[in-house]
Design a protein around this ligand. Structure first.
Ligand code: GTP
Ligand code: MG
Length: 202
């Protein structure tokens, strides 16, 4: 799929503030600093349209970007990091929960995981909770460039085996590096297929 236009629509503090439901939405969730905003820029082929930072906690709102006047990429705040203390963290999670559980046009939630880490309880809980809530999911392992080919394979296997302890069927899995610019085509093809599927269903 070619990306012909990407427009920033708005940043919202909560679900109520989000744009009217309509176009299919593909949202990025994951721990702070995992690379959500970087991946959005990479997919959209834009430089720092979504603000990135080496300091965790950069994205603090729900950000809608309209692609090809047809579907949304949605950049979300990260979890697992609290610059503002426990109260701030809880407020973050409730923003996320409200959007994830109640946004009827959410076509797929991409959960991003840093490929360097062994499965972390916070990520596993987030994945299982999203699955239990019947949110359509896919997993994206980020920062592939930081590991050797063998280590990438090992960590992927370990992750998938861990998920299989709870699930028979795993969600689709993608692996990306925004530095080496890999993984983009696969994700865009997945989105294209999902858009076509939704158009047929409606
Ligand atoms: P929050 O908004 O704080 O939740 O973070 P985020 O998940 O949006 O992460 P962001 O895209 O801001 O990236 C965090 C850091 O990781 C930045 O320094 C990026 O340059 C770096 N980064 C993101 N993706 C990659 C990648 O594929 N490879 C490498 N080497 N670095 C990456
Ligand atoms: Mg961000």
């Amino acid at each position: 799929m070619d990306i012909t236009s990407v427009k920033f629509i708005k940043s919202s503090v909560d679900l109520k503030g989000c744009p009217k439901e309509g176009p299919a939405e593909y949202a990025f969730a994951g721990r702070s600093n995992v690379g959500k905003s970087s991946l959005l820029n990479f997919l959209a082929n834009t430089h720092n349209l979504a603000k990135t930072s080496s300091t965790p906690g950069k994205t603090r709102l729900i950000n809608h970007y309209l692609v090809n006047d047809n579907w949304y990429l949605v950049d979300l705040p990260g979890y697992g990091y609290a610059r503002t203390g426990k109260k701030g963290r809880d407020a973050f999670l409730s923003i996320l929960d409200d959007y994830l559980l109640h946004r009827r046009t959410l076509a797929c939630l991409f959960i991003l995981i840093d490929i360097r880490h062994k499965p972390l309880q916070s990520d596993l809980s987030f994945i299982y909770n999203a699955g239990a809530a019947n949110i359509p999911l896919a997993l994206i392992f980020t920062k592939k460039d930081k590991l050797s080919f063998t280590a990438v394979e090992e960590n992927l296997n370990l992750y998938q085996n861990t998920l299989r302890q709870n699930w028979e069927e795993l969600p689709p899995v993608f692996v990306t590096s925004t530095l080496k610019r890999t993984g983009r085509e696969e994700i865009l093809a997945f989105i294209e297929q999902s858009n076509a599927h939704m158009a047929n269903a409606s």
